[in-house]
Write a protein that binds this ligand. Structure first.
Ligand SMILES: Nc1ncnc2c1ncn2[C@@H]1O[C@H](COP(=O)(O)OP(=O)(O)OP(=O)(O)O)[C@@H](O)[C@H]1O
Ligand SMILES: [Mg+2]
Length: 249
């Protein structure tokens, strides 16, 4: 087993009296793509924000790359929020340049080169000098991804990164994600689509703040007990069968 990038031990988190993360334990090896799948309100975004140190658990411990997560370690992490958090009046290039700068790329020449590389990757060269406010939803999504990865962090949190992308770009993004993990980056991705899930090395299915199943896509499909069960069948199986043991391995 590879060394862990993330360790979550018995974490509980409440919003007021509402328990939204309920005794979650999880270990994510380094250099893989790990998918968090679950219905609306299952706790995916909250889990990601806990792993980033933007929220603090009420109980339990979290370690990311061996340390308690905190916004002060942000240079080691990239975060693409579920809703793009961009400066609408700035251009595509200015937004990415801003994030590159705050994440520590201080050398202007190197930063410009890296910003251009990343604009090419998200296929926004023709829009590079256009204000974000004038972009389509999918284009904003691409700028948001670019801002998260521009500083090449070893740990990347992508909250529903493929929403709103056209099919061609989705394929292109997954090729890029696979290159990142091959180079040692750990990716934590939340999604609703089984297409994304199938690309992940390991998955956790969440419901009502709990992890109801965990394993590789093949292990989760096999747990359904029917030949040719799809990942969608596996997801529905675990949702319908309530809280099943937290790891099928
Ligand atoms: N700021 C907040 N204050 C109070 N409750 C919140 C807050 N943010 C989220 N919640 C609640 O926490 C629970 C988990 O929400 P979360 O956003 O983590 O779900 P999610 O799995 O990301 O859902 P989605 O697929 O819709 O993005 C939900 O019940 C939600 O209503
Ligand atoms: Mg969410």
């Amino acid at each position: 087993m590879k060394e862990s990038a993330i360790k979550i031990e018995n974490v509980e988190f409440n919003y007021g009296h509402l328990k939204v993360i309920d005794h979650v334990s999880l270990e994510i090896p380094k250099g893989i793509s790990f998918g968090l799948l679950g219905s609306n309100g299952a706790g995916k975004t909250t889990s990601i924000r806990l792993m980033l140190g933007l929220l603090k658990p009420n109980k339990g411990n979290i370690f990311c790359l061996g340390r308690e997560p905190s916004p002060a370690n942000a240079v080691n992490t990239g975060y693409m929020p579920q809703l793009p958090s961009l400066y609408n009046e700035l251009t595509v290039r200015q937004n990415i340049d801003f994030f590159a700068h705050i994440y520590g790329l201080k050398n202007a020449q190197q930063r410009r080169k890296r910003v251009d590389e990343i604009i090419q990757l998200v296929e926004l060269m023709p829009k590079r000098d256009v204000s974000v406010v004038q972009l389509s939803g999918g284009m904003k999504q691409r700028v948001s991804l670019a801002c998260a990865i521009v500083h090449q962090p070893p740990l990347l949190f992508l909250d529903e990164p493929t929403v709103g992308l056209d099919p061609e770009l989705r394929v292109h993004f997954w090729e890029y994600f696979e290159n990142l993990t091959a180079a040692g980056t750990t990716l934590v991705i939340s999604s609703h689509t089984m297409d994304d899930a199938a690309h992940c090395r390991q998955l956790a299915f969440m419901r009502e703040g709990k992890i109801i199943a965990q394993g590789t896509p093949a292990e989760l499909r096999a747990a359904v007990g029917k030949p040719d069960a799809s990942l969608e069948d596996a997801f529905l199986f675990f949702i319908r069968h309530g809280e099943v043991k937290s790891n099928v391995q």
